[in-house]
Write a protein that binds this ligand. Structure first.
Ligand code: PLP
Length: 392
């Protein structure tokens, strides 16, 4: 299949060459600083491209057993077959006893979320030769407006605060548990520039500086908008060098979004149009099912060849085909009225889209298409009724 206009809709169309452009930027950071960069699969688990991603980065990181297994099977194994070393990390807020043996099998670095998790699982992982880290909470909120994405907010369950860190250390086996640790991990950013990272590092040093000296690595988490135009890469690199030179640490970054930023579209078709004081159109893609961050974040996704409301002559409110009144993608303007059967292309839909979609209202899942480097469109996967029924 080579013709874009013949693709089934809705579909996510992922561009191999744009992923590779992002990977080149990330590899530059690796090469200039010695940092290790991992794909956070949570944002983008399109494993058709894992061998490509693994050839530019150091490996992958997972949020649980399934992502860990996917990283092992689709990235680490194929690369290791080619003689390329590939790391497989995991952080989970709470591991399950019955899954832990498999996790230790798949992962070389395991990050725990509390001293109690270290107590339950740490020794077993260390005895299997795995490198162990603890996630800390530097209590340094650098983002406004997105409380749902702020792990430093009040009552956060993610990461150990300085107070809890020291409380755990003071317990009878505290020192022994500290000795199991080889790394500290924090993840506090979301779509942010390196000034926020710099401020966060100040807080990490202030609260956990003495313990950094006892570690081998530090993981800066994700949320670094490294591949966005205008991101301050030199400042990021100064942050990496600072940790390396001052404490002798290997620095890990685990971006999700930055790997696949602006590297895919959601292609949709207009099903129906109408009026109710405003012009509206119903598409075959749903915000609630196929671009949940539009409602969750919330944000207005970029739409090719459209303007802001009122900017072009015809303004239309775009919504999905579900019965949820709030399944609204946003208001956009066009040069001419929208017509039934017309295609609309939402941009920057590779990240946090296919990994989050659902079949609410019995909606079909969008097909997944790979736009290969040569310009060929390859339908990777299509879904049907059985995918809806099979989960219920
Ligand atoms: C979400 C997450 C990431 C990736 O974040 P992006 O914003 O996609 O870069 C990395 N590490 C952890 C622990 C996360 O929860």
């Amino acid at each position: 299949m080579t013709d874009f206009t013949q693709l089934p809709t809705p579909c996510y169309c992922i561009s191999e060459s744009r992923i590779e452009e992002n990977l080149k930027v990330l590899k530059g950071v690796r090469e200039r600083t010695g940092a290790h960069i991992l794909l956070a699969q949570k944002a983008f688990s399109f494993y058709a491209l894992y061998p490509l991603i693994g050839s530019y980065l150091n490996g992958a990181t997972a949020s649980g057993l399934y992502e860990a297994r996917l990283g092992a099977e689709e990235m680490a194994r194929p690369l290791e077959d080619r003689g390329i070393r590939c790391e497989n990390h995991i952080f989970s807020p709470a591991y399950r006893e019955e899954e832990f043996p498999q996790i230790v099998e798949y992962c070389d670095h395991l990050v725990f979320n509390s001293w109690n998790q270290v107590r339950k699982f740490g020794k077993r992982a260390a005895e299997a030769g795995r490198s162990i880290g603890l996630r800390v909470n530097p209590e340094c909120s650098t983002q406004e407006g997105h409380a749902i994405y702020d792990p430093c907010g009040p009552g956060s369950r993610l990461g150990v605060t300085q107070r809890e860190f020291e409380r755990g250390l003071a317990e009878p086996e505290g020192r022994a548990f500290l000795e199991l640790l080889e790394g500290l991990h924090f993840h506090t950013l979301c779509e942010q520039d390196s000034d926020a990272l710099e401020a966060t590092l100040d807080a990490v040093e202030e609260r956990f500086g003495p313990y950094l000296r006892e570690m081998k690595w530090i993981n800066f988490g994700g949320g670094h908008h490294i591949t966005k135009r205008g991101y301050d890469i030199p400042r990021l690199e100064r942050c990496i060098r600072r940790m390396r030179e001052k404490y002798g640490l290997t620095v890990y970054l685990e971006p999700g979004e930055a790997v696949a930023l602006n590297a895919g579209e959601l292609v949709t078709t207009v099903l129906e149009t109408g009026e109710n004081g405003v012009s509206w159109a119903i598409l075959d893609a749903s915000a609630a099912c196929h671009m949940p961050d539009v409602l969750e974040m919330p944000y207005r996704p970029p739409l090719r060849n459209s303007g802001k409301p009122g900017e072009k002559p015809y303004t239309v409110l775009l919504g999905g085909p579900t019965c949820l009144a709030g399944d609204v993608i946003g208001e956009y303007s066009f040069d001419r009225p929208l017509r039934e059967g017309e295609r609309l292309i939402f941009e920057d839909m590779a990240i946090y889209s296919m990994v989050k979609n659902n079949t609410f209202n019995g909606m079909p899942l969008p097909a997944i298409v790979l736009e290969e480097k040569g310009g060929n469109f390859r339908i990777w996967k299509e879904f049907g009724y059985e995918d809806f029924k099979g989960r219920l």
